[in-house]
Structure formats: C-alpha cells, structure tokens
Design a protein around this ligand. Sequence first.
Ligand code: ADP
Length: 566
Amino acid sequence: QWQRGYMFAPLVFRLHAGTPSVVRKVLLEQGWEEYDEEMHKEDDWNLYWRVSAFHNSDYQNLKPWQRLNHHPKVVGITRKDSLARNLRRMKGAFGSALYNFSPVAFILPNDYTRFLEAYTVHHLANGGRATYWICKPVDLSRGRGIFVFRDIKDLVYDSPVVVQKYISNPLLISGYKFDLRIYVCVKSFCPLIIYIHQEGLVRFATEKFSLTSLDNVFAHLTNTSINKFGPRYSTDKEHVGQGCKWTLNKFRCFLRSQNSNELLLWQQINNIVTLTLLAATPSAPFSPNCVELLGFDVLIDENFKPWLLEVNYSPALSLDCPADNTVKKALIHDLIDLMNYSQMDGLRQRGYLTKRFINLCYSQALQTKTSPVYLIPKHTPGFTRQKRSHSQPRSSFEKNEDKLVQSGGLCYSETCQRTLLASCAQEPLYCPQSRHLMPKSKNRCVSNLEGHKTVNMCKLPSIHKYQRQIITWVETQDVSVPPCRVGDFILTFPFNDATLKASQENLDVKIAFQELHRLNNHLAAFCNLKDERRKECVRRSWAGKFESVFWGPRNPPLLKDCFLLS
Ligand code: ADP
C-alpha cells in the first residue's frame, strides 16, 4: 500500500569504471544512492553512467525507470572521420554556404587523390603563399598523433587520418591561440531537443602562436592534456594568467572589452551546434530514456568566424584547475536536473507500485519496441508526448489507462505522478527499507516560458538561481513544450513555433534550415538597422507563441528581446 507516502526509495546511480569522480559527487549531493551489487537487484537503478558507449543489449533491456547517459549511434558525429563524412554529405545536400563552418577535410588514405588535387589548387591559388594543413588520427583524442604541415612531403601516416585545412589565422589573446569547449546536451534526437550550457571553457595554448614553428605543440594545440605538460603552464602569462583555461564567462568579459559583436558570434556557434546535430538526427533511433552530453570544440579566427574542430563524446570531466571546478560541477548538476527525475522514478520495481502500475510499465516496455516508454515529464502539464506508431494496435488495457491522462499514450512518470502524487502530496518522503530521506523538496529551476504554468514536478534541489521570465503562453493542444531553460542549460532547438512543430515527429530538416536562416537574417538586419520603428517591425515579425531564450550572452535575454540589444 503506497498511499501514505512512505514508499519512496532513493534514486540509484550506477557508474561504470572510469567515470569521473565529479559525477558521483554531484549525484550524492543530490541525495542519490550508489548502486551496490550486494544490496541492489540487477535492474534496481535509475541512471547508468559510462564514459564509453553502451552495448545494443543495454538499450534493448532498458526498464522504464532506467536511463543511460548516451544515445545509441552518436558516433556519426563524434569520430573525426564520420564527422567529416557527415558534414560533407550535408554540404552536398543543402549547400556549402550553410555548412561552411568546418575546415575542408579529407579522410586518408581513401581521399588521397582528392586531397592531392586540393593541395595543388591551394598551392597555386595562393600564389606561393603557404597553405597549412593539420593531420589527425581518426580514432585518437587529446591531441595524440596530431601534427601541422605545409609541404606534402611531411605528410606521413600509418593509420587512417583526417587531414584538415589548418586555420592559420586564429584569434589570439596576447599572442596565445585558444579554442572554446561548448557543452551541449541532446535531450532527445527524436524529437530533436538541444540544450547548450551557458558555461564552458576556453582552452589556451601555452606558448605564443607562430607559423615559423609548426612542430611546437604547445603553440598550435590547445588540448589541456598536452599543455599541462608545457614548460610555461604555470607561468603567469600576459592576460591569460597561469595554467591554460578560462571559463566562458571570463571570455565574455574579454569580448566586451573588444567591442565585438557578441550576439552574432554566439548565434553562429549556436548554428554550428544545431546544423551539426541535424546531420546526426536521421540515423538516431527514438531513445527517450537517454541523454547525451557532448563537447563541441570551436576555434575563432581573426575575423571572428567560429569554426567547428570536432565534437567530443564524453567530454573530459576531470577537475584539473579552478576553471574546471567552476564549470564542470555545475554542468553535471544541471544535466541531472535536465533529466528531470521525479520521486516516482525511485519506485522502480521494488514492489511499491500497485500491480496495475507495474503492468503499465512492463506493457509499455514490452509492447512498444519502436515506441518505448517516454519517461520524462518534460511537457506542459495536461499534455502527453508518447510516440506511437499508427500501425500498432492498442490493447484494451492501454485504452483504459489512457483515461488517466488527457490525451495520447501513456508515460510512466506522468501517469504515476499524476495519480500517485495526488494521494501522496504533503507526506514525508521516507523509505523505511533504506532508511533514507528523499532529497528535500524545492522548486526546480525549470522554466518553460508558459507563464504561470512552470513545470515543477521534480523535487531535486535547484543549483543556479536566475530570474525566471514570465510571459504569456497560449496553449496548443497538439504540441508539448520542453522547458526553455534548466539551470544554465538553454534550450536552443526548437527555438520558435515553426521549429517546435517541425521537430515533433519526423524532423523536417528544411523547415529547421529555413527558420535558422530567418533568425540569422533578423539578427543581421538588426545589427545594421538604425531606425527604431523599423527595428520594432522586425521584432514584431519574429513574435510567436513559443518564446525561447538566446544562448550566449551573460544574462541570456528572450530571443525577441535580443533584437533590441543588437
Ligand atoms: P583531439 O580529439 O585529439 O583533441 P582536435 O581535432 O580537437 O583533436 O584537435 C586538437 C587541437 O588541434 C585543437 O584543440 C586545436 O587547438 C587544434 N586544431 C585542430 N584542428 C585544427 C584546425 N583545423 N585548425 C587549427 N587548429 C586546429
């Protein structure tokens, strides 16, 4: 009997060997319990975290209360060769103007002839001025095996490599090269839901940039794993300081001091993230119980153009310096918040659920191979968002259960939550078996810009405070709305009515492109418009029901308001 509120068990996390300690730290801080083989049954956990990829069977055997920190098939953008191949495909299909954010790349040995042609063309076109190339082994990371070259006779490799045009005019800070590590969370590929974190890292080379010393890795590579062994790592470097990292926030101050057009830069980076993920979306299966944290490496050149260097699977979460401490712990806190666990997820299979609810979860899990149970109640209260293939027959059991919610299919958290929470409200959250109190109930930093209807189901504590924007939200019956901000994670896709609609079922990529294009044009137009009345017109023409926040600037404004700022 669950009615009296004493049946909640703590949420349980399971860590694979090699998981960075900050993940354990954050989960324990949030009141979770660590999985212990002796104490817990095989599937008695809510989150399984591992640095490397899961096996197919891990996805197939997933229970409704369980989630994984990786989506299946993300490798299409996280391996250097796959990324190059996918972006080339997108360039071919949708035009190189749209996908001009990644340096030209060749996968060798297969593309050797094409590389040779490009090498020759560049050589001649530049009238003797050198073009530089960078060679990277496809399956290594942390700068291992990378070198920069000018003359093709220096290109030597003994395993598959990507040879990429070297950005030889990087923006420098006091003569030092740097790149940005942008943290992106793909909440779901289907529908595509992307969040970008406000905080990130700036990673510096520790010796001054110079094209006369191509073999100096401390001047040309910005990997921390390399630079922390550089002779000048601990030196107090002009403006850069000691070490080799800044927070993104510090970089914002730098941008302001340069009077650069910050908004355009953030928007371009935002475009890079969305367009890259659009390349991965078609191959990603529907996997609602998964989340993915990716690290996008972006280099800015002296013309303020951002370039995508690579997308990192399981970006490094080790805490090596003060900037890491500031950024990574808060990042994981926000990521866990974004997963929006509820107390109901703590029920698992422990027998606290009535048979009816267990049946509900199992029937969903077993019957709907192509439409697994949607666990995350990220939608507007009153709406459900389970995917169901139309060909699938609905059991009478399911039909009856549907009456519990207002429309569509069922989802574990929501159904349980709605029904159970009504009974359990106000009760102390105590689990006699584990003698654990659940985390204290606090309002979460989840804002879905639906005016007074803020999602507030999860009881995990909030980490970052920010001013919630209260605006009017007109409900639509057929669309569910992801929160526009969770902690410092900003929803960047979908970002307006049209992209929200386009992302619901099979993503309409063309509409996504069109809307991105429209947004970019609006921003660019605003930068050039002097007349206030015309600015007002542009702003009004952007207005829609679905408001979103503009990722990037310090206190991120509503998208429509950033037209005012630009
Ligand atoms: P890894 O996975 O080994 O870190 P990256 O592609 O991120 O490989 O490259 C490592 C570093 O090399 C980057 O952080 C950047 O400093 C530099 N780099 C990589 N590609 C380029 C490029 N095309 N132009 C300029 N610098 C580059």
